[in-house]
Design a protein around this ligand. Sequence first.
Ligand SMILES: [Zn+2]
Ligand SMILES: [Zn+2]
Length: 81
Amino acid sequence: MIPSSSVTPAAATVKQCAGCGTDILDRYLLNAVDAYWHTGCLRCAVCQAALADIGSTCFTRAGLILCKPDYIRSVVNDYIK
Ligand SMILES: [Zn+2]
Ligand SMILES: [Zn+2]
């Protein structure tokens, strides 16, 4: 199953960002791969694109978070083991 991220209104309880480790006090946060992220902290491990900016879908492979093009490339070329 391919995990997907979603933008959700911040809940009453403050979450910590899995990317930078600080509290998420923004109006919106991202929930992806069983963690919470600032919208600017969820980035592709390969090209560093902010996934919130290029769409709400992210992919994981070998523990890395990838944008869709890099995920497809990693599968086609099998360069992430
Ligand atoms: Zn963050
Ligand atoms: Zn990428």
